[in-house]
Design a protein around this ligand. Sequence first.
Ligand code: HEM
Length: 146
Amino acid sequence: MKTGILHLHSFIPYALLFLLVLTIVKAFMGLASNKPYTNGDNKLSLFTLVFAHIQVLVGLALYFQSSYYITLKEIGMGEAMKDDMIRKMAIEHPVTMLLAAILITIGRSKSKKKQEDKAKHKMVAIFFTIGLVLILSQIPWQNWLA
Ligand code: HEM
């Protein structure tokens, strides 16, 4: 069960990173060339958001079975903060990834509320880019690509 969830949590980021980059590139291009915010743009940002949410949910399911959380519970927060790997995977990774998903959600919601196409592109460009930077900063690259 845990292996299946871990596989899912390892695989979804490929699609999520691809969708995020595509959404961001399209938003910046729309912004730079004053392009209309199309139904396709709206669907793309929705699709990206859905992948981000699924990844967070799968992460939550994985978290409570992970050795990082079990160790955190055993040794307590004070000791966990002193261990680089436990701190990163039991605290920093989940909190930052959650924040990234929240920012992506806010960006899409703000873009929906704006009237002008340029403002819609701008909201997606700004919030999704910050989300991407946060995600890239917390991917455990050495484990993921090993
Ligand atoms: C956009 C959100 C997220 C992304 C892109 C992401 C990405 C990743 C990646 C690439 C790995 C390495 C997987 C591997 O070793 O093959 C990982 C591991 C992990 N993630 Fe996330 N994650 C996200 C959100 C979360 C959240 C919200 C939680 C917890 C609430 C979480 C908990 C974990 C845990 C516990 C591991 C280590 C699993 C293990 O090796 O036992 N992740 N994550």
